[in-house]
Design a protein around this ligand. Structure first.
Ligand code: C5P
Length: 401
């Protein structure tokens, strides 16, 4: 699990978004973290500490003057145990306190006594967020090395719409997981294709494949968490876009090819191209403009096929090509066929899916093939494999392998 052995101190301050913190605490735990909740007095007006105590299985601290703590050093002990402090929601008032180093309650005191990183998720009305004092304080937090999680724009509990909404629990979770990932691709730009392509036969029919896009999307997420700027070109899939990843939707192989070339031509250098999509080798050349009907003589329509461009091979053949990573799904003689594919497409790294029917599954097993030989990544979830693969790509890119 991505947060195994991580101890997270979850601070909650007095905003209505505190109702979402219960879900966030739960998600942190579901991903392996242990969670210690500390609430301000105002936070307890919105959600009861008992809720968090029940969810986390730990006593919730709210008071600086807690006589039950023998040495009265909760602010030191709690912050020393934590790998990170995450405050969600963080009010305008608490941001002001942090910016000025005030320590007049337990949570603000342990923030100033901390020896670990601090992440804050602001939550407030849009006018409060836009207020120059808040903006000044936020800039101070950033200058002090405190990481901001959001806020985002959208509907607000007060009925207004604008900037200041707290990130949703799932997004807070993703950002917290991402915080622990080593930034091995910092400053790198990564382009990824994922999912199936769809080649029309007529306006309502077409040829596609069973690719779900899960592996490609997992790799996009892992690269983003490793610090890369990621563009994901996706064929038809309803998977949600990973946080902070730029997504372009395409349908046919030629649209995917055009989208890839458009990104590669946009001026900023792409460092890595990872071709995970299951691209159709053939398209129907005589696709019909109108829906095909059964003919009176019972003869099936005659489809003519034309070859699609090989996107990966064309990128790898470019002058000054990015570091190219291809994928292979082979039914037999995996290693030999994959090695041949690597040489034929002229890519430095080819990743072979071990075993058939990986399409749509949540786990996988991979063989990495490069000029040095093969390396197996044992069966694991696609998210875990994506992180491992990302580390392997970064090693090769940074010359540390
Ligand atoms: O030749 P094959 O389809 O087995 O090669 C698989 C690899 O090539 C994958 O990385 C796939 O994304 C890429 N590919 C491509 N364009 C095609 C066919 C495959 O980029 N037309």
């Amino acid at each position: 699990m991505e947060l195994s052995n991580r101890h997270i101190l979850l601070g909650i301050t007095g905003g209505v978004a505190a109702y979402k913190s219960a879900q966030f605490a739960r998600e942190l735990q579901r991903h392996g973290a242990s969670v210690q909740v500390v609430m301000t007095e105002a936070a307890t007006r919105f959600v009861g500490p008992v809720t968090f105590q029940a969810l986390t299985g730990r006593r919730v601290y709210t008071d600086q003057w807690d006589a039950s703590i023998p040495n009265n050093m909760a602010h030191i002990e709690l912050s020393r145990e934590a790998d990170v402090i995450v405050i969600a929601p963080t009010t305008a008032d608490f941001i002001a306190k942090l910016a000025n180093g005030l320590a007049d309650d337990l949570l603000s005191t342990l923030c100033i006594a901390r020896a670990c990183p601090l992440l804050v998720a602001p939550a407030m009305n849009r006018e409060m967020w836009a207020n120059p004092a808040t903006q000044r304080n936020v800039a101070q937090l950033v200058a002090d090395g405190i990481e901001l999680l959001g806020p985002e724009t959208g509907d607000q509990a007060c009925g207004e719409t604008g900037m200041g909404r707290m990130l949703e629990p799932e997004a807070l979770l993703e950002r917290t997981i991402g915080f622990f990932v080593p930034k091995s691709l910092q400053g790198r730009r990564v382009l990824i294709t994922a999912g199936p392509t769809f080649e029309p036969i007529d306006p309502v029919r077409g040829i596609t494949n069973l690719s779900s896009g899960k592996m490609g999307f997992a790799i996009a997420r892992a690269c983003q968490q490793a610090g890369a700027q990621v563009t994901l070109i996706a064929g038809a899939t309803s998977l949600p876009t990973p946080l902070q990843v730029e997504r372009m939707n395409v349908s046919t192989a030629r649209q995917m090819f055009d989208a890839v070339n458009q990104v590669l031509a946009d001026g900023a250098r792409t460092d890595v191209f990872i071709s995970v999509a299951a691209v159709a080798d053939w398209r129907v050349e005589n696709a019909s403009e109108s829906k095909l009907k059964k003919s009176a003589d019972g003869k099936p329509p005659e489809l003519q096929f034309a070859e699609n461009p090989d996107i990966l091979a064309s990128v790898a053949a470019r002058e000054n090509a990015p570091y190219c990573v291809g994928f292979a799904a082979e039914s037999e003689d995996l290693e030999r066929n994959a090695q041949q594919k690597r040489l034929r497409k002229r890519v430095p790294l080819l990743v072979a899916n071990i075993g058939q029917a990986t399409f749509g599954r949540d786990d996988n097993e991979l063989l990495l093939i490069d000029e040095h030989g093969t390396q197996k990544l044992d069966r694991a979830s696609k998210d875990a494999l994506a992180s491992e693969l990302t580390r392997e790509i970064a090693k090769r890119l940074n010359g540390t392998r």
